[in-house]
Design a protein around this ligand. Structure first.
Ligand code: 13P
Length: 337
């Protein structure tokens, strides 16, 4: 936790912005230029408090406060900027998810960590932000610890339970030694692959209990959820299974993957049954693509300097913001920073 009173980046105290922190520290902007001591405090605030945090505290708070924190996956600078600015505007904690594929696309986990840390600081973001590996392999999880991520997911759901247990145990120790939070998964989350839609597995509560007892900080358990768009014949989330998993896992914060396209009422019910983190990826991609298509189809790229990427990508970036705003409202994490 941060040693400064008034700094809430990792202590969850009540200060929300640098200015709150400074006024708590006795500095009032109307008094004129800060003295040397205050200048040092400002520098310290930016250097120490403007940093990423792990996701443990934000999810324990969410669990106890009966809301969920959104994990929004990032793909590039525009995605990251849109999500950070919206979380700040809504005064909400946020988790930036990075899949191994997106990590590769952005030229590696080190690039991602450097970009996110610098952007968090440059934008003056004061809400808690975690940088989290999504569906990590064993090797990917280790690479993200080394690269400076603040949270990892190890997805050992495709291993036999004993191997999932062994690898998760090792990664829990590694993550915690470096101050990271760690998510593990039981019961694979389905989704579309090469045009074939796999229905999500429903996790076995006994296996969930076993993995939850290894010291992980939050657990992803399949309850019929899938990544990507849900097919028309989807049966919905299995709340009986979710209730059993919740009861078997000692109140550990649960994670709902495949947040795109789940009806609002199901999201609310899932939160009431222990879900504290909800992952959203495809919905931001769809919003971005839709807004970009409209811009091009309207011929805006052919008008003046409409081809400038800063103009061409702007409607998509705004559309991501709108989607993130909507989800933060729905998940109930606004004003919970
Ligand atoms: P969607 O792409 O369905 O929103 O799922 C995101 C996710 O669960 C990332 O782990």
């Amino acid at each position: 936790p941060c040693v400064l009173s008034g700094c809430d980046k990792s202590t969850s105290s009540t200060a929300k912005k640098p200015v709150d922190f400074l006024s708590k520290s006795g500095y009032n902007r109307l008094d004129g230029a800060p003295d040397i001591g205050t200048s040092l405090l400002i520098t310290f605030y930016v250097e120490v408090c403007s940093m990423l945090v792990n996701a443990t505290n934000m999810l324990l708070k969410a669990r106890d406060g009966h809301y969920a924190v959104g994990q929004f996956n990032i793909n590039n600078l525009e995605w990251t900027k849109s999500i950070l600015l919206t979380a700040q505007e809504m005064n909400s904690p946020v988790i930036l998810g990075v899949s191994e594929g997106a990590g590769k696309y952005m030229t590696g986990f080190k690039t991602v960590a450097a970009m996110v840390k610098a952007m968090d600081e440059s934008l003056g973001i004061t809400v808690p932000v975690a940088l989290h590996l999504d569906h990590g392999t064993y090797e990917g999880a280790k690479a993200c610890v080394a690269a400076g991520f603040t949270s990892i997911m190890f997805d050992g759901s495709h291993y036999a339970i004993d191997e999932n247990v062994a690898k998760t145990t090792e990664l829990v120790a590694l993550a915690h030694d470096h101050g990271l939070s760690i998510e593990a998964e039981v019961g694979s989350i389905g989704g579309e692959e090469d045009g074939v839609i796999g229905m999500g597995e429903v996790a076995d509560p006994a296996e969930c209990a076993k993995i939850a007892s290894l010291g992980i900080d939050f657990l992803a358990a399949g309850i019929g959820n899938i990544h990507g768009k849900y097919p028309a014949n989807w049966k919905g989330l299995d709340f009986v299974a979710l209730d059993k998993i919740h009861n078997a896992t000692d109140n550990i914060p649960l994670v709902l993957h495949g947040g795109t396209g789940i009806p609002d009422e199901m999201i609310k019910k899932a939160i009431s049954l222990g879900v504290s983190k909800i992952n959203v990826n495809t919905e931001c991609q769809l919003s971005f693509a839709d807004a970009t298509r409209k811009y091009i189809e309207a011929g805006k790229d052919l008008e003046g300097k409409g081809f400038d990427p800063r103009k061409l990508l702007a409607p998509g970036a705004e559309a991501i913001k709108a989607t993130v705003r909507e989800k933060i409202e729905l998940f109930g994490s606004a004003n919970k920073a």
